[in-house]
Design a protein around this ligand. Structure first.
Ligand SMILES: [Zn+2]
Length: 59
């Protein structure tokens, strides 16, 4: 007997699901950007860390 268990996470209204870290964040382009590039945003987005670590030239 084979039983497949599918975990279906229903997205809450007004949220988007992040395919990288599998968390929900605010919907809309701003919410998405904030999640991907924000200081406390997606922890699974390597580009976010690059952007945060990029420092302005000294001087
Ligand atoms: Zn994420």
């Amino acid at each position: 007997m084979t039983v497949c268990f599918l975990v279906i996470v229903a997205a809450k209204a007004g949220t988007n699901h992040c395919p990288l870290c599998h968390q929900n964040h605010t919907s809309g382009e701003d919410g998405w950007k904030n999640h991907l590039m924000g200081k406390d945003g997606c922890k699974q987005n390597p580009r976010r860390l690059l952007a945060l670590n990029k420092q302005p030239p000294a001087g």
